[in-house]
Ligand binder design. Structure first.
Ligand code: TYM
Length: 333
């Protein structure tokens, strides 16, 4: 393994929504920024092709969203001078390697994936379920292995996809009798509340549950949302004891307030009411997100296009070299 390979990191976010939420940030983006600042060579991808699996009727929107997601990467701390930001469909090697991997991936591996089963249920009738949905983890594997990364920083829900990724890598090497790929590390936050951040209603934070705080929400929107957040159901009066582990407001306090231990203690002992916690939580969240919101407001569309063009060029350099190696290992010329 070359030194370059040991230092490379690849991860991505779908552009099914124009805005990232604090779950995306805690599960993934925050680690991307830390890794960037530790000197890793970061490839930050906007997965527009993956977004098409559910939004194929709105491909234009997926593309517009992709630019907005790139803005959130930068707002969240990705520095385009240090890291490459690119859109998946701009680097055609992803589609080509996906096709080649789809030939060597057993169907059974894909049918077992939990996210596939969930999406299948969401979409309802089997006739409407696109072929691309089943291949979702195969495309994700192509995304990853093209960069031969040291690790892939993601939230907990992505673990099954990463497992298939390493399984395909091993299968490829074995089939073609060549060590083209080495296993990559799963970089999932140790802290479970970050690996799977709860939403305002304590279910997993997700756009589809409408329980998100977005990085680019205004301060007022954030305040309004936190007011409606789920707290300990049995805590009716201030003096009732709270259970901070099961309270969305306390979860956010733990991440964003420097005095959360005291706040949790007071909640447990019935020394504070939920309204006080909500007010303090709003202040802490808004203070944390303020610099990101300011950075985002300063970004203009032309600058983003230039960043994405540069990012795709850099990504293509790595991706095309890997694809050549893959084809040569397979004996294709
Ligand atoms: P996506 O777009 O669903 O989510 C992007 C990232 O955010 C994380 N995440 C969360 N983490 C903690 N708590 C939450 N509530 C929460 N919600 C989302 C996800 O785990 C993810 O890390 N398949 C990927 C996109 C992708 C990709 C890749 C990722 C395409 N190719 C290659 C890594 C490598 C996805 O759907 O992420």
């Amino acid at each position: 393994m070359t030194n370059q390979q040991t230092k490379r990191i690849l991860s991505g976010m779908r552009s099914s929504n124009p805005r990232l939420h604090i779950g995306n940030y805690e599960g993934a983006l925050r680690n991307w920024v830390d890794l960037q600042n530790e000197g890793y060579d970061m490839f930050c991808m906007v997965a527009d092709l993956h977004a098409l699996t559910t939004m194929y009727e709105n491909a234009g929107e997926v593309s517009t969203n992709a630019r907005e997601v790139a803005k959130d990467f930068i707002a969240g701390g990705i520095d385009p001078e240090k890291s490459s930001i690119f859109i998946q469909s701009h680097v055609r090697e992803h589609a080509e390697l996906h096709l080649l991997f789809s030939m060597i991936t057993p169907l059974g591996w894909l049918e077992r994936v939990p996210t596939y089963k969930e999406k299948q249920e969401d979409l309802g009738a089997a006739e409407r379920e696109p072929y691309g949905l089943l291949g979702y983890p195969v495309l994700q594997t192509a995304d990853i292995l093209l960069y031969k990364p040291y690790g892939v920083p993601v939230g907990r829900d992505q673990a099954p996809h990463l497992e298939i990724g390493n399984d395909i890598a091993v299968r490829f090497n074995r089939l073609y009798n060549k060590e083209v790929f080495t296993p990559f590390k799963y970089m999932i936050p140790q802290d479970e509340s970050r690996a799977k951040l709860p939403g305002l209603d304590m279910r997993k934070m997700s756009k589809s549950y409408d329980n998100c705080i977005y990085l680019s929400d205004t301060e007022d929107e954030t305040a309004r949302k936190i007011k409606t957040a789920f707290t300990t159901p049995s805590k009716i009066k201030k003096s009732d004891p709270g259970v901070p582990e099961g309270c969305a407001v306390c979860q956010y306090l733990r991440l964003y307030s420097s005095t959360w231990e005291l706040q949790w203690d007071e909640d447990r002992q019935g020394l504070r009411g939920c309204m006080q916690s909500k007010t303090e939580c709003t202040e802490a969240v808004n203070e944390y997100l303020r610099p990101m919101r300011q950075r985002r407001a300063e970004l203009d569309d032309a600058a983003i296009e230039a960043i994405l063009t540069r990012g795709a060029e850099k990504a293509r350099e790595v991706a095309s070299a890997t694809l050549d190696e893959v084809k040569s290992a397979m004996g294709m010329f």
